[in-house]
Design a protein around this ligand. Structure first.
Ligand SMILES: Cc1cc2nc3c(=O)[nH]c(=O)nc-3n(C[C@H](O)[C@H](O)[C@H](O)COP(=O)(O)O)c2cc1C
Length: 144
């Protein structure tokens, strides 16, 4: 017998993805998201759902690009920190001693030490207040 929780956005598991972006001054930022997933194969697309209040949201709207760095277990603390601090107040790369790497394909940085990266161009952002879904990825990189 299942118990109903009502109409809620509850589904597990969720990913731990770190969204990299540049701000207007070219400073790198990274924020953690759990609301995201693969949403299309042709073209290959992912979706990430961001609150408009995040620093990252404004960065992506301006640069029309972002990266997704997937942390290994070793970086669980850094990934958590990326989700509680804001790039408006601190440089999260400096604070965690992690190096931002400029993507060669899109106008966004990724976390060099994380084992897997997607480099994404923004193609859609349907508003779903208070979140907005931003998609698509161009390439995928993984440590061999
Ligand atoms: C595990 C975890 C998952 C999160 N998932 C999301 C998410 O899917 N969407 C979102 O808008 N914020 C999410 N957050 C909150 C943002 O990461 C947080 O607001 C962050 O400080 C925003 O950073 P920024 O202002 O530098 O962009 C999550 C935080 C954590 C710790």
């Amino acid at each position: 017998m299942k118990k109903s929780f009502g109409a809620k956005a509850l589904i597990f598991p969720t990913p731990v993805w770190c969204v990299g972006s540049y701000d207007t001054n070219g400073n790198p930022n990274v924020m953690t998201i759990a609301w995201g997933g693969i949403c299309c194969s042709k073209p290959p697309c992912v979706t990430v759902s961001l609150r408009k209040a995040t620093y990252t949201y404004g960065n992506i709207m301006e640069r029309q690009a972002y990266t997704l760095s997937v942390p290994s277990e070793k970086y669980v603390q850094e990934a958590d920190y990326f989700g509680i601090a804001s790039g408006r107040e601190v440089n999260k790369f400096t604070e965690t001693n992690l190096t931002p790497v400029k993507s060669e394909l899109v106008d966004a940085p990724y976390v060099g030490k994380f084992p897997m990266v997607l480099e994404c161009k923004l193609i859609h952002h349907p508003p779903l207040s208070p979140h907005e879904s931003l998609s698509e990825h161009l390439t995928q990189k993984a440590n061999s």
